[in-house]
Design a protein around this ligand. Sequence first.
Ligand code: ADP
Ligand code: MG
Ligand code: MG
Length: 477
Amino acid sequence: MATEAFLQQLMTNPDRLNSLAEDAKELALFHGIITRTHETPNSSEVVTYFPVTLFPTPVPKAAFLQALAVQTHYNTLVDKISQDPDFLEEALTGTIQADDFTARLFGIYRQVQQEGQAQSIVVGLNRSDYMLDQRDDGTVSLKQIEINTISAAGFGTTDHLPVVHRHTLKSVGLLKESESIPDTNSITPGMSAALAKGWELYGQPKAVILFLVEDVQISKLTHLCMEKELWNRNIPVIRRRFEEVSRRASLGDDKKLFIDGLEVAVVYFRYGYMPDNYTEETWDARLLMERSLAVKCPDISTHLAGTKKVQQVLAKPGVLEKFFPGQPQIVEQIRATFTGLYTLDMGPEGDQAVAMALANPDKFVLKPQREGGGNNYFGEDIVRVLQEVKSEKRRAAYILMDRIRPRTDLNVLLRRGLPLKITSVCCELGICGAYVRHGEEMVLNEVPGHILRTKSIEHNDAGILAGVSVSDNPLIS
Ligand code: ADP
Ligand code: MG
Ligand code: MG
């Protein structure tokens, strides 16, 4: 690969590397590819360039197109799961006995089911993540890591990163390559359009879209990209923290949701996906929002549809067929992206998975029902955790997954404070999906775009906020 050859050369030319990196950072700032800092996350007095790679990372065209092509089916699948109480109940029974967080989410789900859902409009914004599994014969195959159905991020201020990478390639003479970076500037408009559609269907021009945001608002500028799209359509947006919702929100007639005198048409969750996002008060606030007439993005059932346990159950024989009866091509297209996933529920199948993982821990990943990066176990840690829980119901809090061995490439990670060096990296492709369902009818089912996140191969787990991954672009080859 031409970029790889160039990176080899750069190893012996630190001045050139430094000047390319400076150019890239400046261009990033110029194009608004910025972030608040960890030191002052709640202020925009000091901002810096968003963590990015210096070069794009090669991704084979066939795998890229495959990931894009399957996404509308993933949208449909997530939505169908969210409407299937029997499936959710059966899939999550063991998990909710073992994991408090999933149990609390499920408790809210049950309550809303018993009361009857007030709102039949749902907005889904998700991101399906993949790695390219390197096979022994050197070819790669696209394998799903997970699907995020709540607070799926990774776009916004980085939407114009192709401009920076194209420039870097051109400036080192790789002109032809610079044409092989697909655009990503339609992600934020596309994702925002689904929220706009939900708002429009709610049908109350004065009602607002509420962004439920984190206490530490380091991601504010990325949210702002979406907020701007919505305001451009004359849709009022407000931001509130969980604790503000808990103190100031209430339900009016017909379960209309109000906060600070404003009616809420859509709640967009950019928070609420981790146990430490909650206190007793904010659990009540989540329940209030879920019970309300407001359109949720996502609603509690769609949140649960994105759990790792559900992902594992979908990989069992015959399960996808139930969601797509008479559509074997769709089943095949989705299943082709699955890697081995194994239950750890109590029973012979779970026992077998435990034995398999203990015998060969480097071949697997042990995953709890958590989001946001940094929660999985690899290698000897799998042995340690499984030895502790293997004979108890607690083990059902986890699932086991084949460990993907992605292809590695050379690149340079640009992150404030990180020394500049040529690094062995691997990447993870994320495909953004957006849909809106109104009652029985899917009124929007789209694929607004893709993102790429890259990390040093020194790290097993990932996450941009966790400080491991950085934003990247695929160089389609
Ligand atoms: P989270 O919801 O916390 O992002 P993920 O399932 O995406 O959880 O796992 C976090 C990271 O761990 C991924 O971004 C990837 O780097 C790594 N990872 C997860 N599953 C696998 C796997 N099966 N093989 C290799 N690496 C994995
Ligand atoms: Mg996730
Ligand atoms: Mg992930």
